[in-house]
Design a protein around this ligand. Structure first.
Ligand code: AMP
Ligand code: AMP
Length: 361
């Protein structure tokens, strides 16, 4: 386990005037780089050859490091290079999608803006649910095995797969039938059956509030809200019911993009308190709690109950809808504040007040 002391001694050797912000080239990298640039940092992008076009067309990157695979981040030579460049890494969804919790907590000797200790609470569905429940949030019920299903249920594969391979079932028999279908389509393997997580389907609309936990200001800020644009589930409503039955369409949840949302103002008190409660609990479970951005994934029902089905304790790609500005960031900061910039601002302020040790792990 890499400790904060290990990271502290790396940061002590950094040249504070040359601090650079780095991340993997994908997910929310443009958001992060733009914010870093606007706060006066140099930027380093670790990128696959096939994606370099993005970071060349949008001129936000000072140093492009091409890799064959994101797992090269675990190589000593690349890490040495990043440390030489005084890089602070900003973790996003591709870090947890392409590297394991063990790799991130045991083999990545580069300072990160994020709490590695919390990853263990987040990566495991049971401990994540415990964290959220202890914070007083309402969660959908879970079923231990397909035989227990007794109502509309969503079947999920472990890991941040962006909803690929998810399906719905309302009885054990329906589960078996759907599983076979998904297996035949090559979306699931036989081994996946025992790894599937079964959750009560909360009937309502999805709402993803974005928060920022600031250790410099000891505050949790609500900076934006989005919903996802998911294929095929967002396409099904465009086909009449008869044809839906004819083709036996299965809703899948592959993320294609995100749509900005503004919420009914009377929902804000609860959502703000939920963000604060989750952060407070995180501080007890893994001090100093959440460092920087986090997002709750919720469904809001027609009686305005808020069900939280997941948390991401890092920048989510949904914050890309706020690049430039979003209503809630605007209300707090005025123009031109967004998650990528908020991250860089926190790092800059910690640097100026000699609190880097507090926010890097
Ligand atoms: P990628 O690098 O695009 O494969 O993304 C890494 C992880 O983040 C995957 O699990 C994706 O499903 C998720 N992800 C990427 N983009 C978005 C998005 N716009 N909204 C929500 N999740 C996303
Ligand atoms: P996830 O991979 O957990 O982020 O879920 C992907 C998508 O599945 C979400 O964006 C929702 O559209 C949907 N979803 C996940 N869990 C639930 C739930 N318990 N009830 C209703 N919809 C859900």
């Amino acid at each position: 386990m890499i400790t904060r002391t290990d990271i502290g001694s790396i940061v002590d050797n950094y040249d504070p005037k040359e601090l650079a912000i780095g991340t993997l080239g994908s997910h929310s990298a443009l958001n992060i780089f733009k914010g870093a640039r606007e706060e006066g940092f140099r930027t380093v992008c670790i990128c696959k050859e096939k994606d370099r076009i993005v970071y060349e067309k949008f001129p936000l990157v000072d140093k492009l490091l091409i890799v064959e695979d994101f797992s090269e981040l675990l190589n000593n030579s690349l890490q040495e290079k990043l440390r030489q460049l005084n890089v602070v890494l900003i973790p996003h969804g591709s870090f947890t999608a392409y590297l394991s919790t063990e790799q991130l907590t045991e083999s990545l000797y580069v300072p990160m803006f994020g709490n590695r200790e919390l990853l263990k609470w987040e990566a495991n569905r049971d401990s994540q649910a415990e964290w959220l429940r202890k914070a007083g949030l309402r969660l959908p019920k879970t079923f231990k095995n397909p035989e227990e299903i007794n109502g509309l249920t969503i079947a999920k594969l472990p890991g941040a797969k962006g909803g690929r391979g998810y399906f719905l079932a309302s009885s054990p028999e329906a589960f078996d039938k759907k599983f076979k279908e998904m297996h035949n389509r090559g979306l699931l393997t036989k081994e996946d059956r025992s790894r599937i997580h079964l959750q009560e389907y909360a009937l309502g609309v999805t709402v993803y509030p974005h928060y920022f936990s600031s250790l410099v200001y000891n505050d949790v800020e609500l900076l934006g809200v989005d919903r996802r644009y998911e294929s095929a589930v967002d396409a099904i409503g465009r086909i009449p019911a008869n044809e839906q039955l004819e083709i036996q369409v299965n809703p899948t949840y592959t993320v294609v993009g995100n749509i900005p949302l503004t919420l009914r103002e009377s929902l804000l008190p609860k959502l703000i308190r939920m963000g604060e409660a989750v952060n407070k609990k995180a501080r007890e479970l893994a001090p100093p709690g959440i460092i920087g951005p986090f997002c709750l994934e919720t469904v809001i029902t027609d009686d305005l109950e808020i069900y939280t089905f997941e948390i991401s304790a890092r920048i989510v790609a949904g914050t890309n809808v706020g690049i430039g500005t979003s209503p809630y960031a605007y209300l707090k900061y005025g123009e031109n504040m967004y998650m990528g910039r908020r991250i860089a601002k926190e790092i800059r302020e910690a640097l100026e007040t000699e609190q880097l040790g507090k926010i890097l792990a």
